[in-house]
Design a protein around this ligand. Structure first.
Ligand code: PHE
Length: 447
């Protein structure tokens, strides 16, 4: 007899999955990561390669994750296990689910610290004075362990509260509020940048491809970014797929989510770079682009103390709708197995991620010289293990699993009718292109 797993309920209506999955995908990766990576990798050429990665690796893997999740209706661990058993494959495929949940917890631990800095900046940008320069200001923020831990705690608490309220009443309800807000704030920021910033210069920078600086590094960075940005390889989309109504079409829905995610990344670039150029700041300043360069722009502009907070609220909302999807796969597993209630599962996992996050908070200051893995401090090690090892590996395994092991009729049953050309393209990408490209990123980043 198979053990009965507890059910988590389902999203109501077609839009909830799209909003939740887009909420997961759109996050710090889009608004903080994408612009600075485009900035440091030469702009337009990076953007083009990124788009290619979304189409040939991202969307095919997203479709696969949703198929597995929705068919099973369970957490990634049990979803992988069920699908494997029903395809006469080894139940050990569930290890992909385990690796995903581990990656989710690792990412959540440092994501919450960075998102906490965003929360802190809502207030800093509202009151910012002329006394400190923006880089001194950033220095002051990250030098204080207590300050970082305080905001990390606030952010983790918000994440915990939403996830513990459940799929329908917590996550489902929150994304219906957060995502429209995010859309509205982003459009406001882009419009502001269009009228007040160096918009044409920014368009040129982002969309005029200059391939002279493209190296294999650029490809790797774009592929990694596509993965992280679409929340793939660690079960977030699989877990959300488990709550997707059966009559919703998997393929068009995946395209919608991937397009919205990409659109937001582009719009974030169009909100940030016009302002950066208008104030003669450097577009390639790296991770500090948002906290140092943007704050400096807000300090100089008219109404900067109003526009600044709007920008950082936008960033915080995007981070929150992603962090809940980092927590959900683990919570779904613990609660469906009946080990703990949903609330206690959410508490246990978020507390553990919070503890782990202390290492990241301290890596900015007292532990800045401590290396957890060779040449990498705590934050960089977490980022490396999760984003550069676990996510690509998870994504590659999911592609291999669906491409080579899952029974065909089971897939057809789940995706329903799709245009045969699209179906065959997807099969080809998932069998050959996605696994080999991901293997390439994986190998070259580890070496
Ligand atoms: N996609 C999110 C972002 O762009 C991060 C994330 C990764 C969320 C993996 C869930 C899973 O910020």
């Amino acid at each position: 007899m198979e053990k009965q797993l507890k059910s988590h309920g389902a999203w109501i209506g077609k839009w909830t999955f799209i909003l939740a999955a887009t909420g997961s995908a759109v996050g710090l990766g889009n608004i903080w990561g994408f612009p600075y990576k485009a900035g440091t990798n030469g702009g337009g050429a990076f953007v083009l390669i990124y788009l290619l990665c979304i189409i040939i690796i991202g969307v095919p893997i997203m479709i696969s994750e949703i198929i597995i999740g929705r068919r099973a209706g369970n957490s990634p661990i049990n979803a992988m296990k069920k699908t494997a058993i029903d395809s006469n494959s080894s139940h050990l495929w569930k290890l992909v689910g385990w690796s995903g949940i581990t990656a989710g917890i690792l990412i959540l631990s440092f994501y919450s610290v960075i998102a906490g800095i965003c929360l802190n900046y809502i207030f800093i940008s509202a009151t910012s004075s002329e006394i400190l320069s923006s880089s001194e200001q950033f220095g002051a923020v990250i030098e204080s362990p207590l300050n970082l831990i305080f905001w990390h705690t606030v952010f983790m608490l918000l994440t915990f509260l939403i996830v513990s309220a459940g799929v329908k009443n917590g996550i489902g309800r929150m994304v219906k509020i957060l995502m429209p807000m995010l859309g509205f704030l982003l459009i406001f920021m882009v419009t502001y940048a269009m009228f007040n910033g160096a918009f044409v210069k920014a368009l040129n920078f982002l969309f005029a491809p200059d391939f002279s600086n493209v190296t294999s590094e650029t490809f790797l960075s774009a592929m990694g970014q596509a993965f992280f940005s679409l929340s793939l390889g660690m079960g977030s989309i699989m877990a959300y797929g488990a709550y997707m109504p059966k009559d919703q079409k998997v393929v068009p829905t995946s395209f919608t989510v991937a397009s919205l995610d990409t659109l937001v990344a582009m719009l974030a670039g169009l909100a940030i770079f016009p302002i950066i150029f208008a104030f003669n700041l450097e577009p390639n300043s790296g991770p500090g682009l948002v906290f140092v360069s943007m704050l400096s722009a807000f300090n100089q502009m008219q109404f900067g103390q109003l526009i600044g907070p709007v920008f950082f609220v936008l960033l915080s909302i995007a981070a929150l709708s992603s962090s809940i999807s980092l927590l959900e796969p683990g919570v779904a597993y613990l609660s469906e197995e009946g080990y703990l209630s949903r609330k206690n599962s959410a508490f246990a996992i978020s507390f553990f991620a919070w503890l782990l996050g202390l290492g990241t908070a301290l890596s900015f200051n007292v532990l800045s010289d401590f290396n957890l893995t060779p040449d990498r401090n705590f934050l960089d090690s977490m980022d490396f293990i999760a984003n550069q090892i676990l996510l690509p590996l998870g994504g590659m395994m999911i592609a291999i699993f669906v491409g080579w092991f899952v029974k065909k009729d089971l897939i057809i049953n789940e995706i329903g009718y799709v245009n045969p050309v699209i179906y065959n393209l997807w099969r080809f990408f998932i069998k050959f292109i996605a696994p080999t490209s991901v293997a390439l990123i994986f190998i070259s980043q580890v070496l």
